[in-house]
Design a protein around this ligand. Structure first.
Ligand code: SF4
Ligand code: SF4
Length: 56
């Protein structure tokens, strides 16, 4: 998640609460909850998320 700036935008964009911030203030996605709607991808200002996945 090197590109994640920790803005938290994706966390509030996710309607199923599948994203939380980890101990390093980087977005972390719960694969079991994610339904791949890609809403988080649209709101991320850093382009850190692609195809609903939080990039490493
Ligand atoms: S793609 Fe997954 S993590 Fe992203 S907003 Fe949709 S359900 Fe949440
Ligand atoms: S993944 Fe993008 S939207 Fe989510 S906290 Fe990081 S920079 Fe913000």
């Amino acid at each position: 998640m090197s590109r994640c700036s920790g803005c938290g935008g994706c966390v509030s964009s996710c309607m199923v609460w599948a994203i939380e911030m980890d101990e390093n203030k980087k977005a972390k996605r719960n694969d079991l909850s994610c339904m791949s709607c890609r809403e988080c991808e649209k709101v991320c200002p850093e382009g850190a998320i692609n195809y609903g996945k939080v990039k490493g």
